[in-house]
Design a protein around this ligand. Sequence first.
Ligand code: ADP
Ligand code: ASP
Ligand code: MG
Length: 410
Amino acid sequence: MSLIVQKFGGTSVGSVERIESVAEKIIGYRDQGHSIVVVVSAMSGETNRLIGLANQIQEQPTAREMDVLVSTGEQVTTALLAMALHKRGCLAKSYNGGQVKILTDSAFNKARIKHIDDSNIRRDLDAGYVVVVAGFQGADADGNITTLGRGGSDTTAVALAAALKADECQIFTDVDGVYTTDPRVASRARRLDKITFEEMLEMASLGSKILQIRAVEFAGKYNVPLRVLSSFKEGAGTLITVEEEALMEAPIISGIAFQREEAKISVLGIPDVPGAAYKLLGPISDANIEIDVIVQNIAADHTNDLTFTVPKNEMRKAEAILKGIVADLGARDVRVDDSICKVSIVGVGMRSHAGVASKMFKTLADLNINIQLITTSEIKISVVIDEEYMELAVRGLHKAFGLDKTQDEE
Ligand code: ADP
Ligand code: ASP
Ligand code: MG
């Protein structure tokens, strides 16, 4: 008999009918003799609805009250699912994060899990219950409700699986696995049977929302066998695995990720003196604004241009900070652009293959897409381009790197 943690995302529990069919699915697994802990998200659209309500009252509510509010979405689903299980004669008990106890730090809206007390869950499992836990939330040492960031139910599931030493953590969602790219953008995307933790981590951090990045980090760190599969369709889904177990002949590129939520900021005509970059970027990070791609060019007149990206919703805040510094520093101007996107190719196979970057650049050139910024690491290359060309770039690169499904596979 094995212990499985199963997570069902928003679409999978999006209506009473869907909650009832999730209950049927869980009972199917239980009848095979498995012990089951279930983690659920809020019903689809609910978290956004709650945020919308808050914003009708206050533009910037306190982070603490936001967490009290948005954590309720998951609690509703746990109770409904427990009821659907009861109706089918299955013992089940629901818990919110604090009740479990999932102890987090006090960083409201983006809390990190510090410890999980698994005694309630173990006791209930031993007594034959299916345990249903609200995803996305915990409580800090003072008992304040905290949430783990958007998409955080994935992290709850993986963290519980790690704490319980579960045999597998299964993430049930509205697609039947991890694809070479978002199948909603490229219809020729191909489902992967396996992907390495490292690649999944890059894909998640570069914008693929299929798994929350912290969930992948957690699974890698604690060696949690992690699988992504469909709530609606039978199939083995995608196993996230360590590199050695992955395809022996890894393809050069495993996947393509994209990120629409970044904006580009350029500071022009910065005097070429030591400390200038620090004077500009220090205050940005002091304001807790995350900086991503950074590029500096030197112009013929011995001034520098510094360009970097920040989350779109913090562009104006960053601009305001920089405007104050630019005058002092004697730089010429600050320009912002929020109509950009970042497209990245990811693959451990890149390590052993030369010419990947030039193939990427040629593909974009042939499509007449201008590259604004480039950044690389050992297993990824990212480019910043005009947002308008995102889908064209993703599909073009998908084809060029041989990732498209063949006619036979359709
Ligand atoms: P859930 O509500 O179940 O957590 P999400 O909406 O958070 O589901 O994540 C699933 C979505 O992730 C899919 O519907 C798909 O559009 C998107 N997605 C992005 N990149 C990928 C990818 N590489 N493979 C599969 N799905 C992806
Ligand atoms: N309900 C939360 C969100 O929409 C958490 C999750 O679904 O994973 O972000
Ligand atoms: Mg999600």
